[in-house]
Design a protein around this ligand. Structure first.
Ligand code: ADP
Ligand code: ZN
Ligand code: ZN
Length: 676
């Protein structure tokens, strides 16, 4: 027997495996997934066994020296998944393989042993029994509504039949999707199966996480990016030993080594955090489907605002759609009013709150109820301009406007953090006519405080979270009624389930619409629907006020009507006309370099090679919409076509031919979610 080994050190230059002979003494110990020490070149290296071959023609084959860790560090399915990811997302195999390896693997590479794992059948049975006692301190299941019960029935039927099936649980905000996830999981535990539950961001979903730990106690573990390496390794160990049967986490929780995977849940499947921003640039939604195939598991995508692609796939019959059309107890969705900001201006109101919104806020405060005000921009004024020469202050390292923050009277870059004192004179013409424009969260806080001096205001954005501690503290303080108004960015749009919140105000619905990305309308619709869903979730009726300079836009009108279908039909036509996903598939290629010429040269070369190979469907090359970032120049091109496999092969071939200088970075994004 011979082993196929990938060498840990070589990811960036050698994307292949090497064959080694297995010495007699190690025949028993070496398994798929074993970390081994091998001779490589003139030195020794750690490698991973990714397969076996019976024969090897090669003369002078070398032998594996020893095991680097007692137990395998990944399973066969994990290798298959990594192979699939490397192939689909055009990454190095070893880079993909690292995702499925236990944390602390670098230590193994420094030749330390990992914790032992137990896999005996008796252990599994004992675990299964332990969970059927599902302890008296734990919260019990709620009695499902008819709609919830019907959705659960379809899911459990597929689970019991061992069918590999994907559901789209399309339920409006507050319709009880989470309870369906909880009971589907409770259903598979007595069978000895496990579940993976993905959420877009751990810190923003504390209420949901708590419901899982209240229901499943120690059987659930949370894996997220803020775990310390030791905690992460411990969580991984508990999953491997089958002590833990429910893994909750962000996208990388997909790679936890669960036993007998039965169910994968992706909550708010449209969220862009499910897409990795590092190679392999995988999309957890797609990887979940592949993982489910390998384990014969069921996938449940849940959302009030499914992504266009997902909904389209459900329409085409690839996924089964389950609908929760009503809120629990028939609580109505809050009525939404759109305020035309152009009319406000004409009427002489230059403030950030329209007449309508400030009247509603006054009433809410008088009733002792709470309000959420949403604004997608940080800082006080969002741009600074010279009235004499027209210069706008830009970050020297990124192609974006600098934002004025009152707290320290500085102008700051929201992308790289560059900060400096706000200038009193124009840096170009030296005029004193420097003026500030645009609205950020600080300015709203200021205006609300002036209008309602007695109101207790909590500003919740990246600046204040940084200063005052965790997201959870903000959630808890607001839930406990320690503030009357919460003003914040995107972070206030999801997760909050607070009975006393009866007013949601959107200060400007237009900020997301203006982004140069074909998904900007979809993104706006999703944001507005989610934030509107925060109002009136319990016995008190709520209302929503959306302010906009584009009140006629279909994304805003559909969100105001809580009408997903209306939005979907309109947007789908739009995508068909422009030939964008779901009607085409995309691959983006972005080149970044400190020297502009080098970036431009490489992107031109890649564009020529790709055009020669593909003939059509190469858009660009061009400077990326964010043309400069952290001091580097960015150029990109986009491949658009209907046959993703062919497009992927073309990129693979071209990459093999192109000469990529060491000081130029290349990012390949298969099915990108952002084109900035
Ligand atoms: P979603 O995930 O669809 O936004 P949730 O699962 O958070 O909705 O449910 C909204 C609210 O209704 C929560 O407070 C939840 O505890 C409650 N709830 C869910 N299902 C039921 C049920 N069957 N009976 C009573 N209350 C329920
Ligand atoms: Zn000037
Ligand atoms: Zn910057």
């Amino acid at each position: 027997m011979f082993a196929e080994v990938v060498i840990s050190r070589t990811a960036s230059d050698l994307d292949k495996s090497f064959t080694y002979a297995i010495p007699e003494t190690l025949q028993e110990e070496i398994k798929l997934g074993s970390a081994v020490v091998v001779p490589f070149g003139r030195r020794r290296d750690v490698g991973y066994v990714v397969g076996f071959v019976e024969q090897c023609e090669f003369k002078g084959i070398k032998e594996i020296i020893s095991l680097a860790a007692a137990e395998p560090v990944f399973s066969e399915q994990a290798v298959q998944l990594a192979r699939w990811m490397a192939d689909y997302y055009l990454s190095f195999f070893l880079t993909a393989l690292r995702l499925v390896m236990p944390p602390g693997i670098r230590k193994i590479e420094a030749r330390r042993a990992v914790a032992k794992r137990e896999t005996s059948g008796e252990k599994r049975q004992a675990d299964a029994q332990r969970t059927t006692h599902n302890d008296s301190r734990l919260a019990t299941a709620l009695r499902l509504t008819d709609e919830q019960a019907a959705a659960l029935k379809e899911i459990t039927t597929a689970l019991d039949a061992g069918q590999q099936k994907t559901f789209l649980l399309h339920g409006i905000t507050g319709s009880g999707k989470t309870e369906v996830y909880l009971q589907a999981i409770a259903h598979i535990l007595p069978k000895g199966e496990s579940a993976i539950v993905l959420v877009p961001e751990i810190s923003l979903t504390p209420q949901m996480i708590r419901r899982f730990s209240d229901r499943f106690g120690d059987l659930a573990v949370i894996i997220h990016s803020e775990l310390k390496p030791k905690e992460r390794a411990e969580a991984w160990r508990r999953v491997m030993s089958n002590e833990v049967r429910i893994v909750m986490g962000t996208r990388s929780a997909l790679f936890a080594p669960v036993k007998n995977l039965g169910l994968i849940v992706l909550d708010e499947e449209y969220e862009h955090t499910y897409k990795s921003d590092k190679s392999p640039r995988y999309h957890a939604n797609e990887v979940a489907l592949e993982l489910a195939k390998l384990h014969n598991a069921v996938v449940v995508y849940g959302s009030a605002t499914p992504s266009l692609e997902t909904y389209y796939r459900a329409e085409q019959g690839e996924f089964t759609r389950l609908v929760l059309p009503k809120r629990i107890d028939d609580r109505p969705l809050p009525p939404v009013t759109i305020v035309d900001l152009r009319a406000e201006l004409k009427a002489g109101n230059f403030g950030v709150l329209s007449q309508r919104l400030s009247a509603a806020l006054k009433e809410t405060l008088e009733n002792g109820q709470q309000a959420i005000l949403f604004m997608n921009r940080l800082g006080y004024f969002t741009f600074v301009m010279c009235r004499d020469c027209g210069l706008t202050l830009q970050c020297p390292d990124c192609a974006v406007s600098l934002v004025y923050h009152t707290s320290d009277k500085q102008v700051r870059c929201s992308r790289c953090g560059h900060a400096r004192p706000a200038p009193a004179f124009c840096p170009r013409c030296n005029s004193s006519s420097i003026r500030f424009f645009g609205t950020g969260t600080q300015r709203i806080e200021d205006e609300v405080a002036k209008l309602f001096p007695a109101a207790r205001i909590l500003r919740y954005d990246r600046d204040t979270v940084g200063q005052h501690g965790s997201h959870e503290k903000f959630f808890a303080a607001f839930a406990a009624g320690e503030a009357d108004v919460m003003i914040g960015t995107q972070m206030v749009t999801k997760g909050l389930d607070i009975a006393n919140v009866t007013l949601v105000g959107v200060i400007s619905a237009d900020t997301a619409l203006s982004l140069p990305d074909f998904r900007s309308a979809e993104h706006t619709f999703q944001l507005l629907t989610q934030v509107a869903g925060r109002a009136g979730r319990h016995h008190l009726p709520g209302q929503v006020i959306i302010q906009s300079y584009n009140p006629e836009h279909y994304a805003i009108k559909a969100a105001a009507k809580h009408d997903y279908d209306l939005f979907y039909r309109r947007e789908l036509e739009h995508r068909r006309e422009l030939m964008y996903p779901p009607f085409t598939r995309l691959i983006s290629v972005t080149v970044t370099a400190a020297e502009e010429k080098k970036a431009a040269k490489l992107i031109d070369q890649l564009a020529d090679l790709l055009t020669a190979r593909l003939k059509a469907g190469v858009l660009g090359p061009a400077p990326a919409p964010i043309s400069r970032l952290r001091g580097e120049w960015r150029y990109h091109l986009l491949l658009k076509g209907t046959e993703l496999t062919g497009m992927r092969s073309a990129v693979r071939e071209v990459l093999a031919k192109a000469v990529i200088p060491a000081d130029v970075k290349l990012a390949i994004d298969v099915e990108p979610l952002s084109l900035l």
